[in-house]
Design a binder for this molecule. Sequence first.
Ligand SMILES: NC(=O)c1ccc[n+]([C@@H]2O[C@H](COP(=O)([O-])OP(=O)(O)OC[C@H]3O[C@@H](n4cnc5c(N)ncnc54)[C@H](O)[C@@H]3O)[C@@H](O)[C@H]2O)c1
Length: 258
Amino acid sequence: MLNLTGKKALVTGIANNRSIAWGIAQQLHQAGASLGITYLPDDKGRFEKKVRELVEPLQPSIFLPCNVQDDEQIDAAFEAIASQWDKLDILIHCLAFANKEDLSGEFSATTRQGFNTALEVSSYSLNRLAAAAKPLMKEGGSIVTLSYLGGVKVIPNYNVMGIAKAALEMSVRYLAAELGPQNIRVNAISAGPIRTLASSAVGGILDMIHHVEQVAPLRRTVTQLEVGNTAAFLCSDLASGITGQVLYVDAGYEIMGM
Ligand SMILES: NC(=O)c1ccc[n+]([C@@H]2O[C@H](COP(=O)([O-])OP(=O)(O)OC[C@H]3O[C@@H](n4cnc5c(N)ncnc54)[C@H](O)[C@@H]3O)[C@@H](O)[C@H]2O)c1
């Protein structure tokens, strides 16, 4: 029943084979979607090479650089998508960034620059990419972003990223309300802690994972592919009545009080 054949899906945020976006891309591909991939370019082209090799088996028809802090790159990426695809059905927003020094210690020490960078990359970018995707989602669509419990409850060291996730989750609701009349659904997946490049910058991430393994109802944390399965569901017609929601894929950790 979960069939994405004929759907065109843009996936952002693959850095390596541990990325949650990689888990999502694999499951969208398996469900039959055609993929477009964007990556964060760097001066020496190392990210491009690594991501290109990784995604090759999924045969993406679009492969583009897109630094969400650069409006020209965003516009160029969506112009290229519009010229190659007749429509866009799915947008996966799976990226975040905060300075490492802002992901440990005292939250009150966050600098203005660190605060703005975290919110710009991790939260505003959803709004910016949704605006760019909107005219291409002619037959409706599904936008999925990635959040974390630290946007709702205080998690040690998550600090400014918690503020960014709170803004992200509220952006999901405002975007869902705005885009619903065009049958564009907007949802977030709040994933349990997973070892990735981004999460390794958060102080004490391994302790967080061990804590979840002891306390979560399923006595474990989740995998990138489990998050990918939920993303595929949210992008499918099976989820046609779901928008503006934050869905927890966290082995049940969120329900626990102690
Ligand atoms: N790993 C976890 O425990 C966890 C839990 C819940 C939510 N998340 C969220 O999942 C998402 C993906 O993170 P991940 O854990 O897979 O780590 P990751 O490091 O694999 O992915 C983060 C991605 O963000 C991209 N990125 C950073 N700055 C960018 C910019 N300016 N422009 C474009 N791309 C940029 C990186 O290139 C990378 O691909 C993030 O939103 C993260 O907050 C992660």
